[in-house]
Write a protein that binds this ligand. Structure first.
Ligand code: BTN
Length: 269
C-alpha cells in the first residue's frame, strides 16, 4: 500500500516507547482520536499521527490549518498520580518539541508562554495539551502541530505570520525522524517533571523566552494586564513587573501591545 511517508519503517522505532502507534492518512483531529481511544477503555500510552486533519484544533477554540504533508501528532500518557501543575506541563511540552527541532535547525527557536514555538516571531509549532478523565485512570494528551514544508499559498491561508521546518535547515529531515525525536523528549521530560517538578525546566525556559525583558500585554478572558516580562518562576507562572510591582500570571495569551491583543481577540472564532 502506498504511504505519504518517505521512511515509514522509522515509526517502528517508536513502538518500544509507546504501547500503541497508529498512522492515519486523514483524520478529523489526532487529539479527538486520542480522546476516543481513551474513552473506549484503552489504558496504555498511545501515539496517533496523521498526514492531514480535516478539523484540526488549536488553543482557545481556534482552528489549526492542517494541509497534507504536515506534522500532526497526539501522544497520550496515562496519569498514574494526580497532576498538581497542569500549566507547568504545558511549558515542558514546548521545551521538548523545541529540543527536538533544534537538532536540525540552524537558527535559534524561541518559546512563547505557555507553549508556542517561534522563529523570529513567526509561528513554527503549537501544542494543545488536554486532559481526559476516564476509568480506571485519567490521561494527558499532548497534541503537537508543526509547520513542516508549507507552500506560499498555504502560508497565506493562516491568519498569522508562520515559518516551517524547511526554512530552518539545509537538509530537511523526514517527518518520521522528527516524530520519533519528539516522542522520546516528551516521554523523558514528562517523567522528569513528575519526579522533580518544574524547577529543572525554569532556566531552560527563560534562556529561550521570546518576550523576556519586553513590555507585554496579557489577556485572559476580559482581564488585561501589562508590564515588563521577567520570564517564568519555578511554578511556570509568568512574572511581570507592572505599576503595581511584580505580578504572577497563570493563564492568558501574550501580545506586544494592546492593539495586537484587541485585533487578535476580535478575530477569534
Ligand atoms: C495552538 O497553537 O493553538 C495549538 C495547535 C495544536 C495543533 C495540533 S495538530 C495535532 C493535534 N490535533 C489537533 O486537532 N490539534 C493538535
Amino acid at each position: 500500500m502506498s504511504t505519504p511517508y518517505a521512511k515509514p519503517d522509522l515509526f517502528d522505532q517508536i513502538r518500544p516507547l509507546v504501547d500503541q502507534v497508529r498512522v492515519f492518512g486523514e483524520i478529523d483531529s489526532t487529539n479527538d482520536e486520542a480522546r476516543r481511544t481513551i474513552m473506549s477503555g484503552f489504558t496504555g500510552s498511545n501515539l496517533i499521527i496523521a498526514n492531514t486533519q480535516s478539523s484540526g484544533r488549536g488553543r482557545r477554540g481556534r482552528k489549526w490549518v492542517s494541509p497534507a504533508g504536515g506534522i500532526y501528532m497526539s501522544l497520550t500518557l496515562p496519569l498514574h498520580a494526580s497532576l498538581t501543575q497542569p500549566q507547568a506541563l504545558s511549558l515542558v511540552s514546548a521545551i521538548s518539541v523545541k529540543q527536538s527541532l533544534e537538532s536540525w535547525s540552524q537558527v535559534p527557536i524561541k518559546l512563547k508562554w505557555p507553549n508556542d514555538l517561534l522563529v523570529e516571531g513567526k509561528k513554527l509549532a503549537g501544542i494543545l495539551l488536554e486532559f481526559q478523565t476516564s476509568e480506571p485512570m485519567d490521561h494527558i494528551v499532548f497534541g503537537v502541530g508543526i509547520n513542516y514544508s508549507l507552500t506560499n499559498a498555504q502560508k497565506e491561508r493562516i491568519d498569522r505570520e508562520v515559518t516551517d521546518v524547511k526554512e530552518l535547515t539545509e537538509k530537511l529531515p523526514v517527518r518520521e525522524e522528527i516524530v520519533l525525536s519528539i516522542c522520546t523528549n516528551l516521554i523523558e521530560n514528562s517523567r522528569r517533571f513528575f519526579n522533580e517538578g518544574f524547577d529543572p525546566f525554569e532556566r531552560i525556559w527563560n534562556a529561550s523566552d521570546y518576550y523576556l525583558g519586553s513590555n507585554i500585554v496579557i489577556k485572559s478572558g476580559t482581564s488585561e494586564k501589562s508590564g515588563k516580562s521577567l520570564g517564568v518562576n519555578g511554578k511556570a507562572d509568568l512574572i511581570i513587573e507592572s505599576d503595581h510591582g511584580q505580578e504572577l500570571i497563570s493563564s492568558g495569551e501574550i501580545y506586544f501591545d494592546l492593539n495586537e491583543a484587541r485585533r487578535s481577540f476580535d478575530g477569534d472564532t
